[in-house]
Structures are given as C-alpha cells and as structure tokens.
Write a protein that binds this ligand. Structure first.
Ligand code: FES
Length: 355
C-alpha cells in the first residue's frame, strides 16, 4: 500500500505534515534549475498502517534479542563446564578443541542476534520518513551578478587593453614564453640511462678483486658460509668514473656447499660452490649487504628485499621485482677467480625494463 492510497487524515501527524511538503514544486520553480525538486513520494511500510504487522515485527526483534541472551549464557556455561583439552569431532572439519568451538559458536550467535535484531527493528518499526535539509540558494542574486559584470567591463576599459594593442600583444608573448623556462630546466634531470646499465666492466678473463684488500681472489680465500664483496681488477678508487662503474659492477660472492645449491644454472655458473651475484638491489638500487649463513638469505637494508642465494638469488620477500643477476665465474691458469663474461641482464633497479 503506498502513501497515495491512504487518506491524509489516517496518517500519523508527523507523516501527514511531511506528505503536504512533498512534490510541491511551483510553476515558477520549474523554470528555475536551482529550485528544490522536492522529495519523491513516501512509500509506507506495512508496519506503518497495520498494527498486527507491527506487533509481528516487535516479536521478531524480541526473539532475536532473547536468542542473543541465551547464547551469552551458553558462552558462560561453556567456559565453566567444558575442559580445556577436550576435543570434539565436527564434520567436515574433523577433530577440534571443544571449548574453542563452543565459545566461538555461542559468542558468534550472541553478537549476530543483537545485530540482526537492531537491523530488523530499524527497518520495520523506527520512523523511515525522509527529511530534506533546506538550504539557501547558492547562486548570486541578479544585482550582484550585474555588478560583477559591470566591474569587469570597467576594469578592462581602464586598462586600455583593447586600445593599446602593442602592450596586449607583447604581454601575451611574454606569458606564453615564460613557461618554457621550466621545460629547459628538465635537462638538469640528467641523461636517460639508455643501455648503460646493460654493460659493466666485467668481461671474460677479468679477475675478481676483494673490495677491501684490493687483492685478487682465489677459491681458497673463501670459506663456506663467507660473504665477500668484489670489484673488477683494474678499477681504482682514484679513477674519474670509479663511482659510476662500481655502482654497476659491485659483486657479492658467497661460498655454499654445492649440495645446498638448488638452481642448476647457478651451480654451473659458479666454481665449486662459489657464486657471484650483483650487489645492487633490483628494487631501487641500494647495496645488498646483509647475509644470513644458515638460510643463505641476503637482505637489502633499504626496504628489506630478501634474496635466496642458494636458489638463483630469487626474491623471497620485499618489493624487489627480480632476482639479483648472477655473474658467470671460473678460475684462470694462475688459480685466480675470473669472470667468464659480463652480466647477461641489466643490473640494478628492475624499473629500467629488462625486455
Ligand atoms: S632498494 Fe633494496 S629493497 Fe628497496
């Protein structure tokens, strides 16, 4: 039954008043796009017009609250009576702790019944009359708009922009050109990386030099579980491009038990369990510097990316998007560790697209 079917004198006073305010849009308002369109017709619920239906809803709400009370009592009784270590079989879950099950079930029912009762009460018995919040019009009055228009015209006239075309044209030129200063400054962002990250100083036959002692490394210098940082032979801290080159070529060398290495390619690219990975994190380029011997995990201190050095340096945690690139190494005729080529993929942040 809709409000249109109920005579106004049969409605509650509050709703009758409200009904009179609905849809009262005058002909003048229809021409005004800012006029209040009024509320849509109010639909009465069955409980609003039928006392027996309202009573039924009342009993339903009371029943739900009663269920909640019983469930709460059940919760307390379960807590007091069920032994902590008693298990029960629940299909299809299997054996679970009886006390936990009883507490969870009773508390869940108690809370659900309160919520369901409150929702049913609000939907069926509380007033559902829509209320409009009347506001003053936000448009300016015709007088104010006319004054602004007149002021603008007066200002334009006094500036003589229309008459003094030379000023107007040079001003437009100046305003157009000045933003170009910002464009020129973009050059200071530096050159694009291009292919520079695809090549490092590593090449076939280049020896691995300890970054601290500056001595070429032999396999016997590295014990199982140790972590050593290395750079290419020939690179000196006094070199003009030292920072650029070390930032790409820095190596992290670990010695693992060959049997601990899960990745076959990693094993083949190393020497008797000695494997070399780029030290530059593939997230945003911090130096990876922490190593946990037991798990073979290397950690980047910047954002906690973690790489498993026994499994191709794949990422096992953190924001890095790629494994650390591995350098293929071997031993030269004099027994020193050497590179067998450059990295096969770009080092450093993965956002440079490895394609
Ligand atoms: S730079 Fe290594 S985790 Fe962000």
């Amino acid at each position: 039954m809709s409000s249109h079917d109920i005579p106004e004198e049969n409605l509650p006073a509050e709703q009758a008043t409200h009904e009179r305010g609905r849809g009262a849009v005058s002909v003048a308002d229809e021409r005004n796009p800012f006029a209040d369109p009024g509320l849509p017709p109010h639909e009465h619920r069955i409980q609003d017009v039928d006392e027996r239906a309202a009573k039924r809803s009342e009993r339903t709400v009371a029943l739900l609250f009663t269920v909640s009370m019983l469930a709460t009592l059940g919760f307390i009784a379960s807590y007091v009576t069920i032994p902590v270590d008693k298990s029960t079989y629940i299909f299809p879950i299997g054996h679970i702790n009886a006390l936990n099950f009883a507490l969870g079930l009773t508390l869940g029912v108690a809370l659900f019944a309160i919520g369901a009762g409150a929702v049913h009460w609000a939907r069926t018995l509380m007033s559902d009359v829509e209320v409009a919040d009347e506001r003053h019009p936000i448009e300016a009055s015709p007088e104010v708009r006319a004054k602004v228009h007149a002021d603008f015209k007066q200002g334009a006239k006094e500036s003589a922009l229309g008459r003094r075309k030379l000023i107007r044209n040079t001003m437009l030129g100046a305003l157009t050109l000045v933003p170009l200063t910002g464009v020129v400054l973009l050059r200071d962002l530096g050159p694009l990386p291009g292919t520079s990250l695809r090549h490092t100083l590593w090449a076939k036959g280049k020896r691995l030099v300890n970054m601290n002692t500056h001595q070429p490394l032999r396999p016997e210098d590295l014990t199982v579980g140790s972590l050593t940082f290395a750079m290419p032979d020939g690179l000196k801290e006094t070199d003009e491009n030292f920072q650029t080159e070390i930032a790409k070529a820095a190596l992290m060398i670990v010695r693992l038990q060959p049997g601990d290495i899960k990745d076959k390619r990693e094993l083949d690219w190393g020497h008797e369990g000695i494997v070399a990975f780029s030290k530059i994190c593939t997230h945003v380029g911090c130096p990876v510097s922490l190593y946990e011997q037991q798990t073979h995990h290397a950690l980047c201190p910047c954002h906690q990316s973690t790489f498993d050095l026994s499994d191709g340096a794949r990422v096992i945690f953190g924001p890095a998007g790629h494994a650390l690139p591995q350098l293929r190494i071997g031993v030269d005729s004099e027994g020193y560790l050497q590179a067998l080529g450059d990295f096969e993929e770009p080092v450093g942040p993965a956002f440079w697209e490895r394609g």
